[in-house]
Design a binder for this molecule. Structure first.
Ligand code: F6P
Length: 319
């Protein structure tokens, strides 16, 4: 291979730049030219891309976001969007493409690979960690640390005032970020989309906790389970206790990647590029029990088994 492309897609995740750096440097070490596609799928459909020159990926390992930028582009699911991309691909003359992104990007990558004939390798990067085939996706650890740090601070004020705090975290339709945040900050309750919950029962438990001498209650709500505003409203109707809420939102996506994410991104970016040069295509790379794996790009629905196992562990801790 003499010329490959690299792009980021979907929501940005801390560590995407570290992955980009590893992809580019691995390809350079093999004598190939690397084209950086700007603005994700939108940029690909408009041919917004350029050859990355020496120094293009220097000094980015610690930077959050993605220097290639990213854009959600649902039009690629339609035939017209795919035609636009096909036309640009001919001009770009790529022999392969590494996509750093989440499940939506991998679905697009599958179309590129299977229907438009371009060899594609996916590098999992999303704060949601909802991709089967890897224990961790790039950006999850950083987002988790941000959320835990925020809850630690909230607990100080919650305890001082004896308040209940409902904290909404991201994760789309996956509860892993909420569960691990709950475990990491010792939350009283965690709501996730995958497991049904009973608010009456939760309120009874919280009341019991206060009666045992607790001075606060922290409830982590995955955005896919319910909105914090709704839960807060419902709890106010059930409990005679002061309640506040906070939505962490996009704060969880920004900032410098954690050491874990930098190293994960570097290893996965390097492995993905090695795989591409060895002829792999239509796959995503992952690390499972610290071993590199490749798996299909398309099999990307929320990692339900991980959620159920971790939720069970959380319940044991709460008991
Ligand atoms: O997939 C990453 C994610 O941050 C989700 O957790 C969240 O639901 C979604 O993206 C938000 O998307 P947007 O940045 O388009 O508002």
């Amino acid at each position: 291979m003499k010329r490959i492309g690299v792009m980021s897609g979907g929501g940005d995740a801390a560590g995407m730049n570290a992955a980009l750096r590893a992809v580019v440097r691995t390809a350079w070490s093999k004598g190939a030219e690397v084209v950086g596609v700007n603005r994700g799928w939108l940029g690909l459909s408009e041919g917004d891309a350029e050859v990355l020159g020496s120094g293009a990926v220097s000094g980015i390992i610690d930077r959050g976001g993605t220097i290639l930028r990213t854009f959600r582009y649902p039009e690629f699911q339609e035939a017209a969007g795919q035609e636009k991309v096909r036309a640009q691909l001919q001009k770009l003359r790529l022999e392969g493409l590494v996509i750093i992104g989440g499940d939506g990007s991998f679905r697009g990558g599958h179309v590129l690979d299977h229907e438009l004939g371009l060899p594609v390798i996916g590098v999992p990067a999303t704060i949601d960690n909802d991709i089967p085939g890897t224990d961790h996706s790039i950006g999850f650890d950083t987002a988790l640390n941000i959320a835990i740090d925020a809850v630690d601070k909230i607990r100080d004020t919650a305890t001082s005032h004896g308040r209940i705090f409902v904290v909404e975290v991201m994760g789309r339709s996956c509860g892993l970020l909420a569960i691990q945040c709950g475990i990491g900050c010792g939350a009283e309750e965690v709501l996730v989309p995958e497991i049904p919950y009973d608010l009456d029962e939760i309120c009874r438990r919280i009341e019991k906790g206060y009666n045992r001498g607790k001075r606060h209650a922290i409830m982590i709500v995955a955005e896919g389970a319910a909105r914090a505003s709704y839960i807060t409203y419902e709890m106010k109707n059930r409990l005679q206790r002061p309640i506040r809420m906070m939505v962490l939102g996009h704060l969880q996506r920004g900032g410098s990647p954690s050491a874990f994410d930098r190293i994960l991104a570097t290893r996965l970016g390097n492995y993905a590029t090695e795989q591409l040069f060895e002829g792999a295509r239509g796959v995503m790379v992952g690390l499972v029990a610290n071993k590199f794996k490749t798996g299909p790009l398309r099999k990307t629905s929320c990692a339900l088994d991980k959620v159920v196992a971790q939720y069970a562990a959380l319940q044991r801790l709460l008991a």
